[in-house]
Design a protein around this ligand. Structure first.
Ligand SMILES: NC(=O)C1=CN([C@@H]2O[C@H](COP(=O)(O)OP(=O)(O)OC[C@H]3O[C@@H](n4cnc5c(N)ncnc54)[C@H](O)[C@@H]3O)[C@@H](O)[C@H]2O)C=CC1
Ligand SMILES: O=C(CO)COP(=O)(O)O
Length: 337
């Protein structure tokens, strides 16, 4: 990348978070091309500067363009920003990989764990593309897309083992309303983002069952404890889990009715089956797909994750709501750690 031209980014794809990050980057002066799967979304972004599928009410910067051709989006890109459901990453990335330039930094926005491999998105990216870990970054934090599209303030963590790559992406997405910090703790950053979705399901369930704020606080606090236990066992720094990609995202997601994971949990707590809650949900709900893989990671690393265990059992309809609540409350007494 020469210092004389603005950075170029390809954002794949034009869902809610992809569109929001594309807008942030365009507002930061980065030249952005979004890849949309549907012609009508790409056409609308190019002609009337709106994404009718996700944010029909928000005018996008005119400098933000769209295409349905991934090769065209990726040509000359300094950054490839990936924002699709984590379970679909491997297959899509294999098709896009031949078009990725030799110096392109690949940034994951995804907060899921792959079901069969138990891998994080950054690990899938290095595995599928063969790029070095220093070219793979993660952006994660308390970032409800709807608020960001409204220009409300937010912050996030960009983690990459290559600090220079993290700094370049930081510059490419720093605006008056979006403040990115950098970190080298990719593992901690990604695990914080993935596990908070499962804890948000739990908070939603508690809320749907009519439980109060004490129960919410209990789940957030002990949820953070089990997230930190897993992340540290997998090599993360504990401070990362106390930061934006850990506690920050946990609080935002567990508190907000905008969260799809929390909302899915609320449906379950009100008595809907997993199938009914899925039918009522239009967008990506990573916690539902990732809970069992996270539990498998906990078993591999010898870590107790009681909330994740109960949510995984509920999602597989092995326990009822009352049994789930009892399983958590009737655990043997222990010191707080
Ligand atoms: N929406 C939000 O506020 C935030 C979302 N995230 C994360 O971003 C990732 C994407 O989520 P959202 O944009 O919210 O989801 P979304 O459901 O709004 O959009 C998903 C995008 O992926 C595409 N897509 C869906 N299935 C696909 C497949 N099988 N193959 C290729 N493309 C496919 C859709 O066309 C759409 O463009 C998730 O991992 C989520 O956890 C992270 C931070 C905030
Ligand atoms: O990750 C998010 C906010 O940081 C979005 O959470 P949901 O996927 O639950 O909507």
């Amino acid at each position: 990348m020469t210092p004389h031209r603005s950075a170029r980014a390809a954002v794949l794809s034009a869902g809610s978070w992809g569109t929001a990050v594309a807008k942030i980057m365009a507002d930061a002066g980065t030249s952005v091309i979004v890849h949309a799967r549907r012609d009508e979304i790409a056409d609308s972004i190019n002609t009337v500067h709106r994404n009718p599928g996700y944010f029909p009410d928000v005018e996008l910067p005119a400098a933000l363009t769209a295409t349905t051709d991934p090769a065209a989006a990726l040509a000359g890109a300094d950054f490839l920003v990936l924002s699709i459901p984590a379970q679909s990453l491997r297959t899509n990335l294999a098709a896009w990989a031949p078009h990725i330039g030799p110096a392109t930094v690949i940034v994951s926005l995804m907060k899921g764990i792959e079901q069969h491999s138990h891998l994080r998105a950054s690990q899938i990216i290095t595995e599928v593309t063969g790029v070095s870990a220093g070219r793979v970054a993660v952006l994660s934090g308390p970032n409800l897309a709807r608020e960001i599209m409204d220009g409300q303030p937010a912050a996030a963590t960009i983690a990459c083992t290559d600090e220079d790559a993290a700094h370049r992406f930081q510059k490419a997405c720093h605006t008056g309303y979006f403040r990115p910090y950098t970190s080298t703790d990719v593992t901690g950053c990604e695990l914080g983002g993935a596990v908070k979705n499962v804890i948000a399901l739990a908070v939603g369930i508690a809320s749907g069952m009519g439980l109060g704020d004490n129960a919410t606080a209990l789940l957030i606090t002990r949820g953070l404890a089990e997230t930190t236990r897993l992340a540290v066992a997998m090599g993360a720094h504990p401070a990362t889990l106390a930061g934006l990609s850990g506690l920050g995202d946990l609080v935002a997601t567990c508190s907000s009715p905008l969260s799809r994971n929390r909302t899915f949990g609320t449906h379950l707590g009100r008595g809907l089956s997993v199938e009914e809650a899925t039918a009522a949900t239009r967008q990506t709900t990573e916690g539902v797909k990732s809970a069992q893989a996270i539990l498998a990671l906990a078993h591999t690393h010898g870590v107790e994750m009681p909330i994740t265990e109960v949510i995984s059992a509920l999602l597989h309809e092995k326990v009822t709501l009352d049994e789930a609540a009892a399983a958590l409350m009737q655990r043997p007494p222990k010191p707080e750690r």
